[in-house]
Design a protein around this ligand. Structure first.
Ligand code: DGL
Length: 275
């Protein structure tokens, strides 16, 4: 039988932080992970470029048999998701679905914050799009009262280039965290609004004041997807359940394999693809 996996897409390795949690909470499903490592990072690219790259990836994943695609990237969720859902999906695959990571995160933050003062760390693109403040306004039920944002342009390159654990990484991480707490010293919840950032979590925790909630998105997206599948049996029935995970990258398969294996904690065999 042809498989119909859940597609998980990111510009590079960051989406693995989401995939790992998806597999943990939905182990019976098949997954196809696609990293556009050849064109990462997306965070500093224009709206049109991110939209076109993301649309290409979504179409490719549909062609591979994925009826449901999770855009495990905030930048692409911020700049491309709405257009894809409203303009493209009805024409290219009306029965398929594409979901992002911002809305589930916003709903979770609204449940957690006590004083309504929230900080968002993200890429230049995510911050400039204002997606988080706009979505908090719409979906937090008034629980989020003020937001401050800080773009961290060096963080994704640190992850993509395997520089996560050294002193240089710590310098840039501390710099951005100090900057966001200067904007609002009383914020009680900090959202890591980029799926690459959990890979820097240990150093981030060192520099965030105690008592502040640091939210990573993997578990949040997994919880919301589980709920989505329960509410949408017509989609759930289309997904195949063999517990297989396929990894594809637009860059070198060998490099992807060694890095992804470290992160996923299992052997990873990846395929190089073009679209
Ligand atoms: N993981 C992507 C995100 O969540 C990173 C983006 C990038 O490629 O700059 O925003």
């Amino acid at each position: 039988m042809k498989s119909s996996p859940i597609g998980v897409f990111d510009s590079g390795y960051g989406g693995l932080t989401v995939l790992k949690e998806l597999v943990k909470s939905l182990p019976e499903y098949d997954f196809l992970y696609l990293g556009d490592n050849a064109r990462t990072p997306y965070g500093t690219r224009s709206f049109d470029v991110v939209y076109n790259y993301t649309l290409e990836a979504v179409k490719y994943l549909f062609k591979q048999g994925c009826p449901l695609v999770i855009i495990a990237c905030n930048t692409a969720s911020a700049k491309a998701l709405r257009n894809i859902q409203m303009l493209d999906l009805p024409n290219i695959a009306p029965q398929n679905r594409v979901l992002g990571v911002i809305r589930p995160s916003v709903e979770k933050v609204a449940e957690i914050t006590q004083n309504g003062q929230v900080g968002i760390l993200g890429t230049v693109g995510t911050v400039a799009s204002q997606s988080y403040p706009i979505e908090f306004e719409k979906w937090s039920g008034g629980r989020v009262k003020s937001t401050v944002q800080e773009a961290c342009p060096m963080w994704v390159p640190l992850v993509e280039n395997n520089e996560m654990e050294n002193e240089g990484a710590e310098y840039f991480i501390r710099k951005n965290i100090d900057a966001i707490f200067k904007k609002d010293p009383a914020l009680d919840t900090l959202i890591l609004g980029c799926t690459h950032y959990p890979l820097l979590l240990k150093i981030i925790q060192k520099h965030v004041p105690q008592g502040v909630h640091i939210l990573t998105q993997g578990a949040i997206v997994a919880e919301k997807l589980k709920d989505y599948l329960q509410r949408h049996p017509e989609m759930e029935e289309r997904l195949t359940k063999g517990g297989n995970i396929v990894y594809e990258t637009t860059e070198s398969a060998e490099t992807f394999e060694s890095k992804a294996a470290l992160f996923m904690g299992t052997d990873v065999s990846a395929k190089n693809v073009h679209f």
